[in-house]
Design a protein around this ligand. Structure first.
Ligand code: PEP
Ligand code: MG
Length: 781
């Protein structure tokens, strides 16, 4: 090129590349071939040929017109012709529209390009867009002025992009395209006759065309990875067979790829492990742990509700749990659609692939159970009209869906979609497991899981939970074989009848606990004594009452009367939790006995078990004293009867504001306090966890609450109660074990709060355990 004019010293032409701190923050595109003008064009025609010269000049004229002179891009739409003809048309279009000839002075061109890029970065829309992506208000933009490498000209010349890993999986795989006689990112344009980089059976490649250039390109890109400590997408040009790297941006990546890239960089000793841990956003792990809708799939949305339990699933609509069971028996995946779910629906939830409800928020029954089971769930989809009589769902745009129609529930986004979009499967690959191992080595707060069933416990163990922090025992009583003795117990008039029913339940509970202890292999298991109001176990309609009357051999009127008598105006504040334990103590006696007998059985042929027993909904010290006395008596009786010794720990669930305030007098009776922030949030705000979904979005939109407090721990209010409870409890008992087991337990922000307050562990749904492990590790780094 020595014969060319060189307006910029050595170099005939320049390019300006914007360089922002984070490519996600946007910014203007690069402008190439600055300095090109009529005089150079004549020179280029001689040296490179008229085609190449026109191509280079035309690219600059168009870019300058659109991005610098801000002319309408449509102006160039009709210019189809290549070569001189196209160039002349573009120059004329410029002159007509800008009412001046295309600027010929290279220094004027360069100054205008730099100014326009700075202006584009400072524009209001650009500023708002990058701030929405978390950029600081004073985020700056670098402008790199570079000598042009043409990519057009003699020998093998061209341009392309390369990256060394696949953006979706993070697996090593050379990805990119190369186009001969091209510039910039032309190789990526639709319809471009671009080559693969590496030898590929689908078509010709740069490796075959120019093997030396290809191997140099690979080596440069690998060097870039090492020096910049990141997987980069490199933009490159080949000029007469020689490779030049022009630009590099951090590759965009899925969560799955982010994990593998971070782990591989650490294993290649390019970054330390601690940095690998910090590079993965804990919540992004959800994407790996659940099936997801393929981001490229078309979404035909019929409603959006609260994204209550992540993952996506497709199935046919069913409106009741028994239909769900029938559908499962036919091996037809189904979505259970309910106004809201109650403990009775647990059977349907077990067989459904997803749940959709009209009502409810983040801590409604469907949401809590869905998350526990890893079942995709959208709640509070109130824009859908649920007609349970006609068994239809009507969307706000008037479409009607019947039982049997196929829908998809996306519990990650909260969307409900028609039909069956393409899905991406969950993976727990080696990179994920390695990252989890490093997290465990780094963190200093424990992570347990809330698990009620053997399946939950297996999931919890597989996801690395250090134990069970909350086993809600009520679900065990909704199994078909348990419900009748449970109802008999509730209906019993005389203590001996109640005892007889409980004796039938005892061996079942013992087996439940033995299995949980065995699955958890000596890791701690914290069992919560029965919590819900008893009427939840009773039928809610005439048909159910008739069936119950038959099963118990009682007159229907008796059954109806008893069911009505057990009804409460405000059951969440009524006869539930420890209030049951005080008024019908035989239930807790039976559960304690089952726990102790299971402890002996599981310890006999496995790791020694030290069960933890937790009393729910405590609000007064005397409640604890009463229950503790009875549980100690049951323990003594079991020890005497069996001749075997065992240990156990008793604890209180702090779910009422009063329990937090009175923690100092409660603590001496127990070895642990576990904060149940679902009920504690409900009671602190005086906000129903089952009904708040109706107005929560309005409240959040209007800034009454910064976020849904059932989703994000209210640090100011509920958090203060946690701190008070923790401080007062530890004042009385310095070794008191403290934990959180409400739904907030898996949120990175709550984990940070609990760690600062000196908690020993957090407990969350099994599927959130990996998120919690990584979040906890990041806090300790
Ligand atoms: C709680 O209230 O925070 C809790 C964990 O118990 P549940 O959700 O079963 O009421
Ligand atoms: Mg509770």
């Amino acid at each position: 090129m020595a014969t060319l004019l060189a307006p910029f010293g050595e170099s005939p032409l320049l390019c300006v590349r914007p360089s922002s701190e984070d490519p996600d923050w946007g910014g203007p595109g690069a402008i190439l071939n600055i300095g090109m003008n009529d005089a150079l064009y004549v020179e280029f025609c001689d040296v490179l040929g008229p085609e190449a010269a026109a191509q280079i000049y035309l690219r600059f004229v168009q870019a300058y017109a659109i991005h610098v002179a801000r002319l309408d891009p449509d102006l160039f739409e009709g210019i189809e012709a290549d070569g001189q003809e196209g160039l002349s048309a573009a120059l004329k279009a410029y002159e007509d529209e800008a009412e001046e000839p295309f600027p010929q002075e290279p220094s004027v061109q360069l100054a205008a390009v730099l100014r326009s890029m700075a202006r584009a970065w400072e524009g209001t829309t650009a500023r708002l867009l990058r701030q929405a992506k978390g950029a600081p208000a004073d985020a700056g933009l670098g402008l790199v002025v570079q000598q042009m490498v043409f990519g057009i000209g003699a020998g093998e010349s061209g341009s392309g992009v390369i990256q060394l890993v696949d953006s979706a999986t993070g697996q090593a795989q050379i990805t990119g395209r190369y186009l001969s006689q091209s510039q910039g990112r032309d190789a990526l344009q639709k319809g471009a006759a671009a080559l693969f980089l590496e030898v590929d059976e689908r078509g010709p490649s740069l490796e075959e065309l120019a093997p030396e250039a290809f191997s140099a390109l690979k080596a440069y890109t690998a060097l870039m990875r090492e020096k910049l400590r990141e997987e980069m997408q490199a933009e490159f040009a080949v000029e007469n067979g020689k490779v030049h790297l022009l630009d590099g941006v951090r590759i965009s990546r899925s969560a799955r790829a982010a994990v593998r890239i971070a782990v591989d960089l650490a294993n290649d000793r390019i970054i330390p492990r601690e940095e690998a841990l910090l590079r993965v956003e804990p919540r992004a792990l959800n994407e790996l742990l659940h099936r997801q809708i393929d981001p490229h799939a078309k979404r035909d949305r019929i409603a959006t509700g609260v994204a209550a339990s992540p993952g996506a699933a497709t199935g046919r609509i069913v409106f009741t749990s028994s239909e769900a069971q029938a559908s499962a028996a036919r091996a037809e995946p189904c979505v259970l659609v309910r106004r809201e779910t109650s403990p009775e629906d647990i059977r349907g939830m077990h067989v459904a692939v997803a749940v959709l409800t009209e009502r409810g928020g983040m801590t409604s029954h469907a949401a809590v159970i869905g998350r526990g089971m890893g079942l995709p769930c959208v709640v509070g989809a109130s824009s859908l009209v649920f007609n349970l009589q006609k068994k239809t769902l009507t969307s706000s745009d008037g479409r009607v869906f019947k039982e049997g129609d196929t829908i998809t529930v996306d519990g990650t986004s909260g969307d409900v979609l028609v039909g069956e979009p393409a899905m991406l499967e969950a993976t727990h690959d080696d990179a994920f497991l390695e990252l989890m191992e490093w997290s465990d080595a780094a963190r200093d707060i424990g992570v347990r899981a809330n698990a009620d069933t053997p399946n939950d416990a297996i999931t919890a163990r597989n996801f690395g939970a250090e134990g069970i922090g909350l086993c809600r025992t009520e679900h065990m009583f909704f199994e078909a074989d348990r419900l009748t003795p449970m109802r008999e117990m509730i209906f019993a008039d005389k203590p001996q009848d109640r005892r007889a029913a409980l004796e039938r339940l005892l061996p079942m509970q013992r087996d439940d606990f033995t299995e949980l202890f065995r699955i958890m292999q000596g890791k701690p298991v914290c069992i919560r004594l029965l919590d819900p109001p008893l009427h939840e176990f009773l039928p809610h309609d005439k048909v159910g009452c008739r069936e119950l009357a038959e099963a118990l051999d009682l007159p229907l009127s008796d059954v109806t009367r008893r069911v009505e008598a057990l009804g409460e105006y405000n059951p969440m504040l009524g006869m539930r939790g420890v209030r049951l334990g005080v008024t019908v103590p035989e239930i807790y006696d039976m559960q304690a006995r089952a726990i102790f007998e299971a402890t002996i059985a599981a310890s006999r042929d496995g790791d020694p078990v030290v069960p933890e027993i937790m009393i729910p909904l405590v609000s007064a010290m005397r409640e604890v004293e009463l229950v503790k006395t009875r549980i100690d008596a049951v323990a003594a009786a079991v020890r005497t009867e069996t001749g075997e010794d065992f240990e156990f720990r008793l604890g209180v669930m702090v779910e009422t504001p009063r329990a937090a305030l009175r923690a100092e007098e409660i603590a001496p009776y127990v070895s642990f306090l576990s904060f149940g922030t679902n009920d504690l949030t409900q009671m602190t705000y005086g906000l129903s966890r089952d009904d708040a979904g109706r107005f929560m979005s309005t409240y959040v939109q209007q800034g009454v609450y910064p976020e849904d407090p059932f989703h994000t721990l209210d640090i100011e209010g509920v958090g203060e109660l946690l701190e008070i409870g923790a401080t007062r409890g530890r004042k009385a008992e310095p070794d008191l074990v403290l934990s959180i087991c409400g739904e907030h337990g898996g949120n990175p922000e709550s984990i940070a709060f609990c760690r600062n307050a000196g908690f020993n562990y957090v407990s969350c749904s099994p599927f959130r355990v990996p998120v919690a492990r990584l979040a906890a590790a990041q806090l300790a780094l």
